[in-house]
Design a protein around this ligand. Structure first.
Ligand SMILES: Nc1ncnc2c1ncn2[C@@H]1O[C@H](COP(=O)(O)OP(=O)(O)OP(=O)(O)O)[C@@H](O)[C@H]1O
Ligand SMILES: [Zn+2]
Length: 462
């Protein structure tokens, strides 16, 4: 079956057909780097990373671009408050972005372009917009003339009239129309600035994504993604800029993630109701945070609560324990009896869930079904090799697609456990009971329970 995805542009699920067979070009709006990111911001990084991984699993080669907004008002404000330069602020929080995103299992993008490194492309695009009559210069600022773009409002499904009466638009005497937005902002005295045909200044926020997506992905590309609040004005403005300058369609599919809420309100820096990933990882394994973020469909709101994080922790532990049991049986399972090995359509069900607009919540339920089934089979009988291999491989594959590398993570820990068990067996052979007991205690501290069985020592997590 083909992948169906919900396209914000058409407000319906559509079959995903990339421009070029086997290849996906995807752009995700990245962070403004002036702070550590919170678990709400993290949702966007994690869900689109999972979507990318699934597309790769389905055989696409994915060109994935995520930008850094490394110059803007908030960065300049932080710089002024801390005595750092804006670039120092940006560099510091780009480094911390990578540290935290790496922990969450977010793969590096194909490229992470930065505004300050793409000034030429940005200025060139603004020049094109001016020459095509889509933009005008006022006192060193450049504005996009929204009424020149007939389809303005097509993504957010608002008419220009509705938009004009909207409250979220910056009012400025320099603009011809309140909906117009800045492509270039003249520098205030002492502010970081770049030379341009309109004098010293810096780009507005929206133009960077139009310029950088064109540079890396071309004028038309497959998927453009970001948080739900970016639909308007950010993405609407990107469309006006890109289609205005390129005279070609921009992104073909628009994907937007829902918010992480806390006590029924959007988690946000300005509301002060946020928890950074940097802090949360002191309490929870980063994979638990990732599991929590993928536990809902990416478009639905997701409530943040300690209970839900604990549930995620338990769920992940259940999967981990099953994986360890399956790994244990990999070398010990008896030879095949093909008649008794039935792997119940798990792969089909997993793919069906993910094909349906990347429903990670349903995909995770399929994993839990597999775990329950595998546990029952392992508890009931001495498992057969074909069964163990099939379930082990399915579990590793599904978790890998969602960004939880089971195998890689635990090999060293498993080896360490096996080594300690071997050492304890040695000690017991030598009747060194003190040493044997000490190792048993050490393993208990690591959360490992030993079970002496006729087949030898088995271990499991508490
Ligand atoms: N609670 C949230 N849930 C999901 N995504 C979010 C949430 N808050 C912000 N985002 C996304 O994170 C990105 C960065 O947003 P932004 O820097 O505006 O964060 P913020 O916390 O909303 O800050 P502020 O409230 O000060 O505007 C945006 O793409 C936005 O869609
Ligand atoms: Zn953007």
């Amino acid at each position: 079956m083909a992948i169906q995805l919900y396209n914000t542009m058409t407000r319906r699920k559509e079959e995903f057909i990339p421009m070029e067979p086997g290849k996906v070009r995807m752009y995700v709006c990245g962070p403004t780097v002036y702070n550590y990111f919170h678990i709400g911001n993290a949702r966007c990084f994690v869900v689109f990373d999972a979507i990318r991984r699934y597309l790769e699993y389905r055989g696409f080669s994915v060109e994935y671009i995520q930008n850094f907004t490394d110059v803007d008002d908030k960065i300049i404000r932080t710089a002024n408050e801390t005595g750092m330069s804006p670039l120092e602020v940006a560099n510091r929080f780009i480094a911390s972005y990578f540290e935290d995103a790496d922990k969450l299992g977010v793969k590096r993008a194909t490229a992470h372009p930065r505004v300050t490194e793409n000034m030429n492309e940005i200025i060139k695009m603004i020049e094109e917009l001016i020459s095509k009559g889509h933009a005008y210069v006022v006192d060193g600022d450049v504005y996009y003339a929204t009424e020149t773009f007939q389809e303005y409002g097509k993504l957010s499904k608002q008419s220009i009239e509705d938009l004009q009466s909207g409250a979220r638009i910056e009012v400025s005497e320099k603009k011809r129309n309140p909906l117009d937005f800045a492509l270039w902002k003249a520098a205030k005295p002492g502010e970081i600035a770049w030379d341009s045909p309109w004098g010293k200044g810096r780009p507005g926020w929206h133009i960077e994504c139009s310029a950088m997506s064109r540079k890396y992905l071309g004028v038309t590309f497959d998927i453009h993604a970001g948080g739900h609040d970016l639909i308007f004005p950010h993405h609407e403005n990107e469309i006006a800029q890109s289609e205005g300058a390129n005279e070609a369609p921009f992104a073909r599919y628009w994907l937007h993630n829902g918010f992480v809420n806390i006590r029924n309100e959007k988690m946000s820096k300005s509301a002060g109701n946020f928890l950074t990933v940097r802090d949360l990882v002191n309490q929870y394994d980063p994979s638990v945070l990732r599991f929590f973020l993928l536990s809902a469909h990416y478009r639905n709101p997701l409530n943040f609560s300690e209970e839900l994080l604990q549930q995620a922790e338990q769920g992940l532990q259940r999967i981990q324990t099953c994986y360890e049991k399956l790994t244990y049986w990999l070398d010990r399972a008896t030879a095949d009896d093909p008649d008794t090995v039935v792997v119940e359509g798990y792969r089909e069900r997993f793919e069906e869930a993910m094909d349906d607009d990347f429903n990670t919540a349903d995909a995770i339920s399929v994993i839990f079904d597999l775990v329950r089934d595998a546990n029952t089979k392992m508890d009931a009988e001495h498992p057969h090799r074909a069964f163990v291999e099939a379930y082990h491989s399915l579990l590793v594959t599904f978790m890998d697609v969602l960004g939880f590398p089971l195998a890689k993570k635990d090999v060293s820990l498993d080896e360490e456990i096996e080594r300690l068990i071997a050492e304890r067996n040695e000690a017991r052979k030598k009747k060194d009971w003190t040493r044997a007991d000490r190792i048993r205690d050490q393993l208990a501290e690591m959360g490992i329970l030993l079970e002496d069985t006729p087949q030898g020592v088995r271990w499991k997590r508490k």
